[in-house]
Design a protein around this ligand. Structure first.
Ligand code: FPP
Length: 247
């Protein structure tokens, strides 16, 4: 932690939590054990992100494509949010974190909607870490849904196409207050974006960790942040145009 600069922390870190299944297989355990160990890693990363002063942490907990997994695995994955909130909500509240969610809420089973709504309501005044769960989430779907909301506004005569720009469009996304992602971490070694936050990752720094998600803890997050802080973010400019450039 000591080598990190608090002034240069990414405001928004997003994580594709991959590798639960392989973590379990490597140990001769069922995949369900990998997902349960994944919840422990969520607990540790949330605490670490809050301690380190990160503004937003978005976790890809279940993609729209994950509905195609075997029913037993989907059923297990749909139990995890409830288990996490039951154990962790008191700590999350005490820390002043605020929970939000993105994704197709209507497709989630009632128990998940209930515990999410409860967590969102009970943390709504939290001004600390903004913790976003992406559940039944897909980036393309989110963009299409935003377009649908916008078209409905237009049909109702409340929106003029000439008023459309990127900022206005972003305000129709699932969570309008979600800022651009600064650092996108993918665990498990695969080099894919997998339909995650397609709008918000436009200028994100990418970091692929070989670590399987259940093994990704405070030390690995700290290393990822140290790597991020070494990078020069130019947003299309030249190095010489950046603040502090000497040439
Ligand atoms: C991908 O790993 C992981 C998932 C589809 C589920 C991620 C869920 C968690 C980490 C727990 C969520 C916790 C809360 C609190 C909602 P994989 O199973 O595809 O791994 P593999 O690529 O090794 O098979």
């Amino acid at each position: 932690m000591s080598e990190l600069s608090p002034q240069a922390m990414p405001n928004h870190v997003a994580v594709i939590m991959d590798g639960n299944g392989r973590w379990a297989e490597q140990r001769g355990l069922p995949r369900s054990d990998g997902h349960r160990a994944g919840v422990d890693a969520v607990r540790e990363i949330v605490r670490a992100a809050d301690d380190l002063g990160i503004g937003f942490l978005t976790l890809y907990a279940f993609s729209t494509e994950n509905w195609n997994r075997p029913k037993t695995e989907v059923d297990l994955l749909m139990k995890l949010p409830e288990e996490y909130f039951e154990q962790e909500l008191p700590d999350v509240i005490q820390r002043g974190c605020r929970i939000r969610s993105i994704g197709q809420r209507d497709r989630l089973p009632p128990n998940v909607r209930r515990c999410l709504d409860d967590a969102v309501t009970r943390t709504q005044d939290g001004t600390g870490l903004q913790l976003v769960f992406a559940l039944s989430y897909g980036g393309r779907g989110e963009i299409v849904e935003a377009a649908r909301r916008l078209l409905r506004e237009q049909e109702a005569g409340r929106f003029d196409a000439d008023g459309l720009d990127e900022k206005v469009f972003a305000s129709y996304l699932d969570e309008p207050e979600l800022p651009d992602v600064d650092l996108l971490i993918r665990t498990g070694g695969e080099r894919r974006v997998s339909n995650f936050l397609l709008w918000q990752i436009a200028y994100a720094e990418l970091l692929v960790s070989e670590c399987m998600w259940p093994d990704f803890g405070r030390a690995e997050l700290t290393a990822a942040l140290a790597d991020y802080q070494q990078r020069e973010r130019r947003f299309g400019k030249t190095s010489a145009q950046l603040p502090g450039a000497t040439r």
